[in-house]
Design a protein around this ligand. Structure first.
Ligand SMILES: Nc1ncnc2c1ncn2[C@@H]1O[C@H](COP(=O)(O)OP(=O)(O)OP(=O)(O)O)[C@@H](O)[C@H]1O
Ligand SMILES: [Mg+2]
Length: 502
């Protein structure tokens, strides 16, 4: 359908056009148009990015003294849309044109079939996440293989629809019998129910607790978990961990407490017999520490132990990475330090487990998996804090090397500029929703290659449930209206005034 004609000078990146009379209603932001290339006569796809309306009867120079009266203004008015060239369809992808576009060329509305062709992906391997925002007739699919092996990020201000979109992605992955794990700081995902797939929830409290193998924690990790630990206590703990790992292949916190209790009794001068292990190490250690230090450390380790998540063995990974299963790790009862430790230890074990399986065929992590991290700025923060952030290192490693072992991550955040730049730049597909904060916009533009200036400019005008998708999982950067979910949604806004009036 013809909607206009190219005017002015054109470039390989864009052109402007005048609108054919009566076609104004089709000319809107983000609408797709096509135009013939001059030499090859191929159809080039473009997208309307700007519409300037000027009126020769009302030039800028008119001052505020102007009285419009009865002048018929429509006579002198002409809107000029600016089109950004996307390229032509080429082997199922899209390539930038090599020749120019002639002024005077006819501009057509790109037809649905052309757009569908470009956006089409193998049905069996793609996720249907919505429709083009200007055309509810053209579906948008993302490649699941790309999404997972090259990681993705869902970024937007609060309330823009990140979690809703994640819900849609989870639905699609489970339709493909996928294995998905969500680290869920707000407990938003635990009630999702599927017709044909399972949801398994682990928590910090309650019946099915997530377990962390205590012997994998170094003294720095303990220090992280016990913010009020003193330096002498930390030194002592280091010695105790050394003794424990010398005599046991695996141990839990009870073992640590037992060693400390023996130390305490010895220090007090009690003549206790210990058959646990030769006491060589212990004698030397207790010479250096005071009784109160031992006592205080015992109390702190006991406090950790009472949480009931540190154990001899970590949660069986074969129960977490399961085909056709959403595994929710509900962190809503965990303080931030504990949450970090859970993300780090589970993330690391999955990565190592998959590495072992892919390289040596060992272990029970036989299938690839997708790990979603909500509030990712807490687990992979950019700031250089004075404490080591274990989860950040793990997420960095997965972002860098996960592709080889079939471990994908999806980071979700409403504070993009608080995210670690390495992790963010390794996410090759970006689903970006409304963002108005300029520093968040700027940070995304700097960190992610595929996010260009004109994409950033559009971010504030997106509405709830609308997203710009760029990167390796889509053929074309598109603005998408995210589809409706088929599973139940939590995290709805509270009707505050309504509740007050009840
Ligand atoms: N595509 C959509 N269609 C319909 N409703 C939506 C859509 N996206 C989001 N919503 C609704 O908008 C509200 C906020 O969405 P959501 O909880 O996903 O935001 P969020 O970006 O995750 O916010 P936060 O940063 O606070 O976690 C919810 O009530 C949700 O149901
Ligand atoms: Mg959310």
């Amino acid at each position: 359908m013809e909607i206009g004609q190219v005017i002015g000078a054109t470039t390989l990146r864009g052109f402007r056009f005048v609108i054919t009379e009566g076609m104004e209603k089709y000319v809107k932001r983000d609408e797709f148009v096509s135009v013939k290339e001059s030499v090859t006569n191929m159809d080039i796809l473009g997208v309307i990015k700007e519409i300037t309306i000027s009126n020769e009867l009302l030039p800028d120079e008119f001052g505020r003294d102007l009285r419009l009266g009865d002048i018929l203004l429509t006579e002198g008015e002409y809107p000029v849309p600016t089109v950004k060239i996307l390229g032509y369809v080429y082997e199922n992808g899209i390539e930038l044109p090599r020749y120019g576009i002639k002024p005077g060329a006819i501009v057509n509305l790109a037809d649905d079939a052309m757009l569908e062709d470009i956006l089409r992906q193998d049905d069996k391997k793609s996720a249907f996440i919505g429709t083009i925002s200007t055309r509810n007739t053209v579906p948008v699919h993302v490649s699941i293989n790309d999404l997972i092996s090259r990681h993705c990020a869902v970024l937007a201000m609060t309330g823009a629809g990140k979690s809703y979109t994640i819900g849609v992605i989870i639905e699609e992955l489970l339709k493909k019998k996928g294995s998905v794990i969500v680290f869920d700081p707000h407990g938003e995902y635990k009630n999702i129910k599927f017709m044909n797939s399972k949801t398994v929830v682990y928590g910090i409290k309650g019946e099915r607790k997530i377990k962390i193998e205590a012997h994998s924690l170094r003294s720095g990790d303990f220090a992280n978990l016990i913010p009020d630990i003193t330096d002498p206590q930390r030194d002592l703990l280091e010695e105790v961990l050394g003794i424990a790992s010398k005599f046991y292949e695996k141990y839990d916190l009870k073992v640590i407490i037992r060693i400390l209790n023996i130390m305490y009794d010895k220090k007090e001068g009690k003549d206790i017999q210990t058959d646990i292990f030769p006491e060589t190490g212990i004698k030397d250690v207790i010479k250096k520490v005071g009784l109160s230090t031992i006592g205080a450390l015992i109390r702190r380790i006991e406090r950790l132990n009472r949480m009931g998540i540190f154990d001899m063995e970590g949660t069986e990974l074969g129960d977490i990475v399961v085909r056709n299963q959403l595994t929710v790790i509900d962190l809503s009862d965990a303080d931030e330090r504990v949450a970090e430790t859970v993300v780090a230890t589970i993330g690391r074990r999955i990565f190592e487990g998959r590495k072992m399986y892919v390289r040596e065929g060992d272990g029970n992590l036989k299938i690839p998996t997708f790990i979603i991290i909500e509030e990712a700025h807490n687990f992979a923060p950019r700031s250089v804090e004075d404490r080591p952030i274990l989860s950040r290192n793990v997420l960095k490693k997965i972002a860098r090397e996960g592709r080889k072992f079939g471990v994908g991550i999806c980071i979700v955040s409403q504070r993009p500029n608080k995210l670690d730049a390495d992790v963010l730049s390794q996410c090759n597909t970006q689903i970006i929703m409304k963002i108005v904060n300029p520093s968040d916009q700027e940070y995304i533009r700097q960190s992610v290659e595929t996010v260009t200036e004109d994409i950033v400019r559009d971010l504030p005008s997106l509405s709830r449930g609308e997203a710009i998708i760029v990167g390796s999982a889509v053929r074309l950067p598109v603005t998408v209206k995210i589809r409706k979910r088929t599973t139940e949604v939590s995290g709805d806004d509270i009707d505050i005034v309504g509740e007050w009036n009840k």
